[in-house]
Design a protein around this ligand. Structure first.
Ligand SMILES: [Zn+2]
Length: 323
């Protein structure tokens, strides 16, 4: 890996650094120098003129669904959802079931390109393709590798398609984590859809598969009201409390959304320190409510930003988070 100099760009980070005209030197894949004014001479380095461009640290999408890139501009004959559950049934659960392995690859390629154009270099993807489960994460890895992106991948296990699909989802998480992780480029979590589509038996199986590999989980949590209602009705517990019984609430877990949470659940998250991926624009689009981000931050709960498959504009997501 050679040396690269990006010169005369406007430099900004998210901690107050701003240089109207500056440079960045990258050596061996790592940033070695950042400064104001013209770049120093570096013999043999590749050179990019950054004039008129904004250069920032690369961004991270902490909760994505790359397959959703195929939903852009989609025309649905019957789409009149009255609830979050109906949005899943009328759009997302039809789209993911239609994917074959080639469509998974192409969706990751198109979605990955769109992320690159928005300055995102790391994607935590939460994948579903129930008609083509085994090998699906390899297709996403292939597409992201070709684009030079880094990824943390998982397959969302659910009971919605019956035991065969559930078991294949578990198998795909295990296979990927065992065989396809690449230090510094591809990591893995164990994917779960959400508490309300996972039985006690399935959660126990997931724990049995994930724990020997030391995997954290990547799951939706209390996104719509369906999730806490289901947990309360069937198990007499709030959603996070139920997942905690299976060791899922832990430091290496990513929970997307975390909207319908009680004070006791917030305290549980503060104690166990999973990361909450906040997806403000998706939440507005699905009318599921607003996450209690200020309370989370005040309790020391790590909060990251994600898109939930609703585009890939992380700066737009940041602006929406400030609303
Ligand atoms: Zn999601």
């Amino acid at each position: 890996m050679g040396t690269l100099v990006i010169d005369r760009a406007c430099l900004a980070d998210f901690f107050g650094t701003f240089k109207e005209s500056g440079y960045v030197v990258v050596e061996g894949g790592r940033i070695s120098k950042v400064g104001e004014g013209p770049a120093p001479a570096v013999p043999g380095a590749a050179h990019i003129h950054g004039e008129g461009k904004l250069l920032t640290p690369a961004l991270v999408n902490a909760h994505a669904h790359l397959y959703s890139s195929l939903a852009r501009g989609i025309f649905l004959k019957a789409f009149s959802p009255k609830s979050f559950g109906q949005i899943l049934e009328q759009l997302w659960w039809k789209l993911d079931r239609a994917l074959d392995l080639e469509a998974v690859y192409l969706s990751a390629l198109v979605g990955g390109m769109a992320h690159l154009r928005r300055g995102v270099s790391v994607i935590f993807d939460h994948h579903a393709s129930p008609s083509a489960i085994l090998g699906s994460l390899s297709q996403i890895k292939k597409a992201l590798s070709e684009l030079g992106l880094r990824g943390d991948l998982c397959y969302e296990v659910t009971d919605r398609g019956g035991p065969k699909e559930r078991d294949q989802g578990i198998e795909e998480n295990v296979r990927f984590a065992k065989e396809e992780r690449v230090p510094g480029q591809f990591a893995a979590h164990f994917g779960l859809h959400a508490s309300f589509t996972l039985s006690e038996e399935t959660l126990a199986k997931c724990r049995e598969a994930a724990e020997p590999l030391g995997l954290g989980y990547h799951s939706h949590l209390a996104e719509g009201k369906e999730d806490p209602l289901d947990a309360l009705q069937k198990y007499g517990e709030r959603t996070a409390e139920r997942l905690d019984r299976f060791g899922i609430v832990q430091e290496n877990t990513i929970f997307a959304h975390g909207i319908q949470l009680s004070q006791a659940e917030l305290e549980l998250l503060a104690e166990k320190k999973p990361t909450v991926a906040h997806n403000p624009r998706s939440n507005m689009n699905n009318a599921v409510g607003a996450a209690q981000v200020e309370k989370m931050l005040a309790r020391g709960i790590p909060v990251a930003l994600g898109t939930d498959g609703f585009g890939c504009d992380m700066l737009g997501e940041l602006l929406a988070a400030r609303l």
